[in-house]
Design a binder for this molecule. Structure first.
Ligand code: HEC
Length: 695
């Protein structure tokens, strides 16, 4: 039920039907049966089925697994959802395939290709189902998993009605684009007009690119997945037409509820601006109408209760910050109560939801810079591309940027962006690299890839990032002839749409410039990332020197020297790595502030093992102030946070940067000593503080 109501109707007709598999590898001399490749006509089912040749003298019975005939396929996985561990089961009854039983010699019976509609997997959480389909199974592209039996062991020489016999089926399991050999074991029995098979196998999700799942704050799963097939195959009369495989679609009743008065305002203030057209969360989940949210009431209660949505990570330990999207306890309980009462509506499901608070403050669009569209390649699913943005400078006296926004074009593939200011003197280097491989820009894994002096980052973007608007009289100065180079991280799953993401600049007027402008300073602080293998882990990559050697080969000799350099800069309690023997790594480093003025924004950055982050001004003193505390880190939300109060920072101040990592958060092919570097398997404890200098 839950699945059906959240699929769009256009797809339902197709999804509710099953494909019946073929027996691909039956050889004619062994089986004197005609293998029909007939296209089943009924309701769009276009897979070939198996037929019995009427002329054969062997007696064979054909059995068919069809959707909703009593068959069920399950995955069982251990999951920690919102903190508590349990075994999660997802089920689908939309499975098909043929079984041929040779009556005289049952050992020569055959199992045809079994096809499972993974899009119809239904667990106790619609959110999980959707996430699984969208991010892991990518089932819009690969709606079916296939199992082709290559070898069967355990079939008896004679048939006894009702006897369950132990069997094992070894064959090729295909999920998405990966095929692996898997052995299912269990029992098979024949009774009346049905063959029943109960078989199971354990696979690793990572083998098929479907896990383990790690969503900060929300869900983590084990890599091991148990697949259980309870198949009921009913005898098919060879002369009869193929079964009608269509399914009835149940209609969801919408109950009454205090939606309009209590729930709608919370959603419209706290969620809708990100979840309607073109908002960062829209492609994952549209909240365009009351009906959209009513069908996922339970999911809304789950994601808000777990603190996953709204995506506000900082804790109250730190200073107060602008744009705090978090929900009050009262708002949380209103949503939870509404969901527990059935998530009903007292308005029509068509009622539009309208963003009441612009969570994101717009900037003046003085310059909209659009680069040449770039198309990546599926060969490089993680693509870091530097694109060139020309800045208008009609008076020839440069620009003061007072507001900055990055507007992703292809939101489904654009993950992050870092914008560099590039001086006119570097133009020759830019020209030599730009378009050299036939596409706009160049590959720039790491930084901008430019070696010229005067290239530094001025802004960054991650999903959900609001435009930066600087206070009056403050901005980022671009000299005449300066360019912007934007390193965009694209991540491709199955399409590489041409992308032309825009940079929007709000620039100072002549009068503002005449009144005097100050340059905002963005200082970066690099602090250690050293996460050794645990005592249980072993292998060549557990040796730090081996990992550094590999880094040197991949990113150049200099890259291998970075970790030691960073470690040597630290004062304070930075000597604790050696003591770590669990899965959690920790780094703490005190550095002198590099600037003086008022703090405009603070940012922490780690890669996918990041677990928690803290930045403290003047630690262990009476002036100690936690600038940013993120108890549960999320790779997806690395924002520039702006303190509300004016906080001064002096060069004599000390700032402590603390990062925590959890080795279990991302999948490692083999255990590895993790140290500082650019790759996703490397880590960083990277921080930046933007400071407005004194007038
Ligand atoms: C700042 C923007 C933003 C705000 C505010 C926001 N969301 Fe989201 N939401 C997102 C993004 C982006 C995603 C997709 C995240 C992903 O795919 O990792 C998302 C995903 C979701 C999902 C789907 C999760 C999944 O795994 O399928 C739900 C449900 C959700 N949000 C509910 C809410 C609710 C309820 C609120 C308000 C209480 C809210 N969101 C507020 C941006 C936002």
């Amino acid at each position: 039920m839950t699945v059906l109501r959240r699929l769009d109707l256009g797809r339902l007709t197709l999804l509710a039907l099953v494909l019946v598999g073929t027996v691909a590898m039956v050889t004619k001399d062994r089986w004197d049966w005609l293998l029909g490749s007939d296209e089943a006509e009924t309701r769009g089912v276009d897979a070939p089925t198996l037929e019995i040749d009427e002329d054969t003298d062997r007696e064979a019975w054909l059995f068919r697994v069809a959707p909703d005939n009593g068959s069920e396929v399950r995955y069982v996985v251990t999951e920690r959802l919102a903190g508590s561990e349990k075994s999660t089961v997802g089920r689908t009854t939309v499975v098909g395939g043929d079984i041929l039983v040779d009556v005289e010699d049952p050992t020569r019976s055959m199992v045809g290709e079994i096809v499972v509609n993974v899009e119809m997997f239904d667990s106790d959480s619609g959110l999980r189902d959707k996430r699984l389909r969208h991010d892991f199974l990518e089932s819009t592209h690969w709606p079916f998993a296939h199992f082709v039996t290559r070898e069967m062991a355990g079939l008896p020489g004679t048939l006894t009605e009702g006897d369950a016999v132990d069997v094992s089926l070894t064959g090729d399991l295909t999920v998405k684009e990966t095929t692996q050999t898997v052995t299912f074991t269990g029992t098979v029995s024949l009774a009346g007009d049905a063959v029943t098979a109960n078989v199971a196998a354990t696979i690793l999700g990572s083998d098929f690119g479907v896990g383990p799942i790690n969503i900060a704050r929300l869900a983590h799963t084990d890599d091991e997945i148990r697949l259980e097939f309870d198949l009921v195959a009913r005898r098919v009369d060879a002369s009869s037409a193929v079964d009608d495989l269509s399914r009835e679609v149940p209609v969801t009743e919408v109950a009454g509820g205090a939606f309009a008065e209590h729930v709608q305002p919370i959603l419209e203030q706290r969620c809708v601006s990100c979840h309607t057209s073109d908002g960062p969360g829209w492609s994952t989940l549209a909240m365009d109408s009351a009906g959209d949210v009513a069908v996922i009431a339970d999911d809304i209660a789950l994601v808000t209760g777990a603190g996953y949505m709204p995506p506000w990570l900082p804790s109250d330990m730190g200073v107060d910050l602008h744009n705090d999207w978090s929900l009050s306890d009262e708002e949380l309980s209103t949503l939870a109560t509404w969901a527990a009462d059935g998530g009903g509506l007292d308005v029509s499901p068509d009622t539009p939801l309208v963003a009441r608070t612009q969570l994101i403050e717009p900037i003046d669009r003085d310059q909209v810079l659009v680069p040449d569209a770039y198309t990546g390649s599926l060969d490089q699913p993680d693509d870091y591309r530097c694109l060139v943005y020309e800045v208008d400078d009609p008076e020839g006296d440069g620009n003061w940027i007072t507001g900055f926004a990055f507007e992703p074009d292809q939101t489904a593939v654009v993950h992050h962006a870092i914008v560099y200011r590039v001086p006119a003197a570097a133009r020759a280097e830019v020209d030599s690299m730009n378009g050299a491989d036939g596409e706009p820009g160049w590959t720039c894994f790491g930084l901008s890839g430019l070696r010229s002096d005067g290239v530094y980052s001025i802004a960054g973007w991650t999903p959900g990032q609001s435009p930066g608007i600087y206070p009056d009289g403050v901005g980022i100065h671009l000299e005449p002839g300066d360019l912007l180079v934007n390193q965009i991280h694209y991540h491709y799953d199955h399409e590489t749409p041409a992308d032309a993401s825009a940079i929007v600049l709000q620039t100072a007027t002549t009068a503002e410039v005449a009144a005097g402008m100050r340059s905002i300073q963005r200082d970066t602080y690099l602090t250690p990332a050293e996460i050794p293998c645990t005592p249980d882990e072993d292998g060549p990559s557990c040796r730090r020197d081996e990992v550094l050697r590999e880094i040197g080969l991949k990113y150049g000799a200099e890259a291998a020297l970075i970790p030691a350099f960073i470690n040597s800069q630290c004062t304070g309690p930075n000597d604790q790595y050696g003591e770590l023997d669990g899965t959690v790594g920790y780094s703490s480093c005190d550095l002198d502030a590099s600037d003086e003025g008022t703090i405009f924004s603070v940012l922490g950055h780690m890669h996918e093992f990041g677990a928690a982050y803290r930045m403290t001004l003047n630690p262990d003193t009476s002036d100690e102030l936690v600038l940013l505390d993120i108890p549960t880190w999320s790779f997806e939300w690395q924002l520039d946070y702006q303190p509300i109060d004016d906080i001064r920072i002096e060069r004599t101040d000390t700032v402590r940067f603390e990062c925590w990592w959890d080795r279990t958060l991302a999948h490692m092919e083999e255990p590895r000593y993790i140290t500082w570097n650019e790759g996703t398997i490397d880590e960083m404890c990277f921080s930046s503080i933007a400071v407005i200098p004194d007038p």
